[in-house]
Design a protein around this ligand. Structure first.
Ligand code: GLN
Length: 519
């Protein structure tokens, strides 16, 4: 095993790029899957050139953005060469042939570190691939690196990483959102074409919103969790972030589908997501969730959502306000269930089986204590303590069990709405990206960033965030679209129609991408 680029070593960036290469790179960086595929098929570009351009782009943007924990250059180049061999042989190219993809650093890539941005897993190298990784590689994807995240996916700003803080390419004084902040920022800055993230309470959708890209959390069970380091197993789901909805749908069709290694994996045929998204949206009934469009949501965000509702009406959809009173309980319910499951899941990191171990201790109990004391960061410890408390004898019924009961009421409320409406919409986040450090001392305000995204995880339903406007200082605003369980295709369809009718997804942060638009 050879890891070419560890967290702190970077490929030479701009310095090595000649003017001619700069020109070619401008033609590669910021393109969508279908655009790159066309260039590959027409032999105007090779997969090696695409990979090299992205690796160089990572090299030059990384010092400013910190999207990646590690860059897998050797693997990327090997895979790109395989794709070029297929092109040379005139073979049919698989769905993601030659497409640079970034993986959140809680998704296993065999023989490369999977750190969860935690000290406790700093040196953990999985001997196996996650199912999604296997499927990406089989589809010809070129994995360029592992992205930074909040430690164990706990957070909303990527400031809880034990290693580095990722910056938002739209304004480097602001956070990219979290916990999949590295994935979202890398897509926004063009250092990957698509990226995978995980979403337990909004960690794909909220950073997608902050970074102005599309981010989709599938129905629970649609994408295998095998090889995803567990945070809260009944809520976790892997999904994709991309520049537009087509790219997300195509990536989803590669990673979705039954997996016998995940007992919660959905075991029926799934629709062809890419084909489904082109169907019309005329006549679709859409509920605008009142409780997520009033108090506590910034005016500029509310205004953009009202404008989006108009766009959807112009497309022939029927948009009406709906009320979901139980949603106000979603946040406390989530912070009981997610922490309870996390306290159980993270018990395995004890210094015996994985990663970091305190070397000084002479007895096993002290070794456990010291390993966990030094290995976990403050937010992770806080969550383990909350979860252990909620599960302990005497409190279990009052907290954990009660939370599960209210979770059911929230799920029922969604079911009732979906009896009358095809889809629901809301803002993704109460505000645009906030300044780095603004919420780090106040966990409750930080937790409130996920007020609109958490309900979908509690109910197991699919949701997407797409860019729908700009707020303060030109920062992106996210529109969230939620659908019924297994309604993934219809969520993507509405999102694609919105993008076909508007230009928000073509807005780009200055300074990282060529400023051309592509539809
Ligand atoms: N921000 C939420 C939390 O901190 C959600 C995280 C996630 O979806 N992984 O738990």
């Amino acid at each position: 095993m050879r890891v070419l680029y560890s967290r702190n070593t970077w490929i030479d960036g701009k310095a090595n790029v000649t003017a001619k290469q700069e020109g070619k790179m401008a033609n590669i960086i910021g393109k969508t899957i279908s655009e790159l595929r066309l260039l590959l098929e027409r032999k105007e570009l090779t997969a090696v050139e695409i990979a090299e351009a992205h690796l160089k782009h990572i090299g030059s943007s990384e010092p400013e953005l910190n999207c990646f924990n590690s860059v897998t250059e050797e693997l990327a180049m090997r895979q790109a060469e395989l794709v070029d061999a297929l092109v040379a042989d005139g073979k049919q190219l698989p769905a993601l042939a030659g497409i640079p993809v970034a993986l959140k650093d809680n998704i296993c890539l065999a023989n490369y570190p999977t750190t969860c941005s935690s000290k406790i897993l700093e040196n953990f190298v999985p001997p196996y691939h996650a199912t999604v990784t296997e499927r990406l590689l089989a589809a010809g994807a070129v994995i360029v690196g592992k992205t930074n995240m909040d430690e164990f996916a706990m957070g909303s700003s990527t400031e809880n990483s034990a290693f580095k803080k990722t910056k938002n390419p739209w304004n480097t004084a602001t956070v990219p959102g979290g916990s999949s902040g590295g994935s979202a920022a890398s897509v926004a800055a063009g250092s990957s074409v698509v990226a995978l993230g995980s979403d337990t309470g909004g960690s794909i959708r909220q950073p997608a919103s902050f970074c102005g890209v599309a981010g989709f959390k599938p129905t629970y069970g649609v994408v295998s969790r095998f090889g995803l380091v567990a945070f809260a197993s009944s809520l976790d789901q892997i999904g994709a972030l991309g520049r537009n909805v087509e790219d997300v749908a195509l990536t989803l069709s590669v990673i979705a589908g039954h997996d016998h290694r995940d007992s919660t994996s959905y075991n029926q045929a799934l629709p062809d997501f890419k084909a489904e998204i082109s169907k019309p949206v005329k006549g679709l009934r859409i509920g605008l969730i009142q409780e997520l469009t009033g108090e506590g949501i910034d005016d500029e965000v509310n205004a953009a959502i009202q404008e989006s509702a108009k766009v959807l009406r112009d497309l022939g959809a029927i948009v009406e306000e709906v009320s979901m009173p139980y949603l106000k309980h979603a946040l406390p319910v989530y912070y009981l269930i997610a922490t309870a499951e996390a306290s159980a899941n993270l018990a395995r990191f004890d210094g015996v089986r994985y990663g970091y171990r305190d070397a000084q201790s002479t007895d096993i109990l002290n070794m456990y204590f010291k390993t966990r004391q030094a290995g976990f960061g403050p937010e992770v410890k806080l969550r383990i303590m909350l979860g252990t408390y909620a599960l302990s004898t005497g409190y279990y019924d009052a907290y954990y069990k009660k939370a599960q009961q209210v979770r059911r009421l929230i799920k029922n409320e969604f079911d009732q709405q979906f009896a009358n409406y095809d889809l629901l919409i809301s803002p993704t986040s109460p505000s645009v990206a906030f300044e780095a450090g603004a919420k780090t001392d106040d966990p409750l305000t930080m937790y409130l960033s996920d007020i609109a995204t958490i309900p979908a995880n509690l109910a197991g339903i699919p949701g997407i965030s797409i860019n729908c406007g700009s707020g303060r200082n030109g920062l992106p605003i996210g529109l969230q679209i939620l659908g019924p369980a297994l309604g993934d295709a219809i969520v993507l369809r509405l999102a694609r129609s919105f993008q076909a009718a508007t230009d928000f997804h073509n807005m780009r942060p200055e300074g990282f991408l060529p400023m051309t638009t592509s539809k």
